[in-house]
Design a protein around this ligand. Structure first.
Ligand code: AMP
Length: 389
């Protein structure tokens, strides 16, 4: 997700730049000012409470802001990201935003502060007041709004300076110049961001072959835990020998071992644009592990894709594969195939459901030639990159 907060005194040009940014990056726009004005013209309880404060140029309570903003954010978990205009406006709201972003397993990418002098701000707002019809665009209220801004809103900058994601932009430059400067800042921030994809699908849906090909095409690191375990066994590493003993005793490979392997991979892969995870997370516990592992690296899941193939076609494919030299040791009998399909249904389908609720899962039709499915998947990932770049 690309999450941006536009910051600056009233009249700094946040609204104008917002229009451009939401279009360029396909972002969900959240303007607390607009939301409050809508509530007050609809004469809701909340709107009526806010109206007199807005008219006097004060700030409405943090409680009201949480109420109007939380619903919007949690109802749009699958958007490409959010653009915040007029929020956070108090130090407390900066913490609120952290909490809301955490809930979606994401974070604020950057805060862009549009700097204009107090005199410029007043002149612009008085000019806007001639046509805006806003009750708060008159000189007395404007001065009050600026006082509130200096006292309560400016301290928010410190919060983001400490986080290292605050960028200053000269808001008095012409509109095109401001646009360019903001675009450059966002591009630089996005270069630092990883594109992490989780690829789901039943055994036989083509996750493995598609995952590898996608990783190559997009310069991503392919992380397939099943294959990583195999490699350890084949190379007879100390870990591999431990795994063989577990298999022989009929035990499952514990999460600790899988975590170690992924941690090693994340720590040793350099200059990657992101990761594509296949076969992990397989259980709800592992989904929490993945969130934790990525967070440890200052990253998070960017996109979740599920390849869908009807059950009969899956069985057919796995059966065909078992007759070739691509037959996996776990696919050499019907009972083993059925067991794997069932295992996916019982353990992994709930993980997909959880992700669907939290972040949204993109479903891809897995029926067709390899190339056809590959193109469908590539299209989705390209979109992910486009809105990130
Ligand atoms: P704006 O359209 O952003 O200039 O906001 C207009 C008015 O709405 C402000 O002067 C405040 O009274 C109120 N308001 C908007 N956003 C917030 C916020 N995040 N916190 C408190 N009050 C807000």
């Amino acid at each position: 997700m690309l999450n941006i907060a536009l910051f600056g005194p009233p009249g700094a040009g946040k609204g104008t730049q917002s229009e451009f940014l939401i279009q360029k990056y396909n972002l969900f726009y959240i303007s607390t000012g607009d939301m409050l004005r809508k509530e007050s013209s609809a004469k809701t309880v909340l709107g009526l409470e806010a109206q007199s404060i807005i008219s006097s140029g004060g700030l409405v309570s943090d409680e009201i802001i949480v109420q109007i903003i939380e619903k919007t954010i949690t109802e749009n978990p699958d958007s490409n990201g959010f653009l915040f205009d007029g929020f956070p406006r108090t130090y407390i709201q900066a913490y609120i935003l952290e909490g809301l972003m955490l809930k979606l397993n994401t974070s604020l990418t950057c805060l862009i502060s549009l700097n204009v002098s107090e005199e410029e701000s007043i002149a612009r707002l008085l000019n806007r007041g001639k046509t805006s019809g806003r009750s708060d665009d008159n000189e007395t209220v404007i001065r009050n709004r600026l006082r509130e801004y200096n006292e309560k809103t400016l301290p928010v900058l410190q919060f983001y300076k400490e986080k290292g994601i605050c960028h200053d932009v000269d808001g008095t430059a012409d509109i095109e110049q401001v646009k360019n400067e903001i675009t450059n800042i966002i591009s630089t921030e996005l270069q630092k961001k990883l594109l992490n994809i989780v690829l789901f699908g039943y055994p036989g849906s083509g996750r493995g072959s598609q995952g590898k090909a996608l990783a190559e095409r997009f310069g991503l690191e392919y992380v397939a835990t099943g294959e990583m375990l195999e490699r350890e066994i084949k190379q007879r590493t100390p870990l591999g020998l431990k795994i063989i003993t577990m298999y022989e005793n009929g035990n499952l490979v514990p999460d600790e071992i899988v975590v170690q392997l992924i941690e090693k991979k994340l720590a040793t892969s350099k200059n990657v644009k992101g990761y594509i995870f296949k076969g992990f997370p397989r259980t709800l516990v592992q989904s929490y592990i993945l969130d934790g592992l990525l967070r440890k690296h200052g990253s998070s899941i960017s996109k979740i894709i599920e390849i869908e193939v009807p059950a009969l076609e899956l069985i057919n494919r796995l059966d065909e594969r078992s007759k070739t030299d691509r037959c996996m040791p776990y696919d050499d009998s019907t009972s083993k195939i059925v067991k794997r399909l069932k295992e996916h249904e019982v353990k992994t389908v709930p993980v997909i459901a959880k992700y669907n609720q939290l972040h949204g899962v993109t479903k891809i039709d897995g029926v067709g030639t390899f190339q056809e499915v590959f193109e469908r998947l590539s299209f989705e990932i390209e979109n992910g990159f486009k809105y990130m770049r």
